[in-house]
Design a protein around this ligand. Structure first.
Ligand SMILES: [Zn+2]
Length: 112
């Protein structure tokens, strides 16, 4: 009986199952890493946006003596007119506090 299997070409069912399960595990790890990298990238973009807005607020205040009443007043002179004031992760608008000129994201981990 063993002699018959050794003369056959190809893989056994067990060998195929092992290979398929290893490939499935590798794909699972790759997808998880990819998703984590995408989320980290969005967080970095959010922090960069907040810093850009804060610099524009400071620049506006230097030139106009008062801070901008709203973030929309920064466009188009201090920020590009197509600048998006939303977090790339949550798609919610940034919160602007006029009193302390603070710009922040609603997501707790996104701080500049
Ligand atoms: Zn954010």
């Amino acid at each position: 009986m063993k002699k018959i299997f050794r003369n056959q070409k190809g893989f056994t069912l067990i060998e195929m199952l092992i290979v398929v399960s290893i490939i499935a595990i590798l794909i699972t790890i790759a997808v998880a890493s990819y998703n984590a990298a995408i989320e980290k990238t969005k967080e970095v973009v959010c922090i960069s946006n907040i810093r850009t807005i804060q610099r524009a607020v400071t620049y506006y205040e230097i030139l106009n003596t008062d801070p901008p009443p709203s973030l929309k007043d920064l466009q188009p002179d201090y920020l590009k007119s197509n600048f998006d004031f939303t977090c790339p992760t949550t798609h919610k608008k940034y919160i602007y506090n006029l009193e302390n000129r603070e710009v922040r994201c609603t997501t707790a981990g996104h701080k500049s």
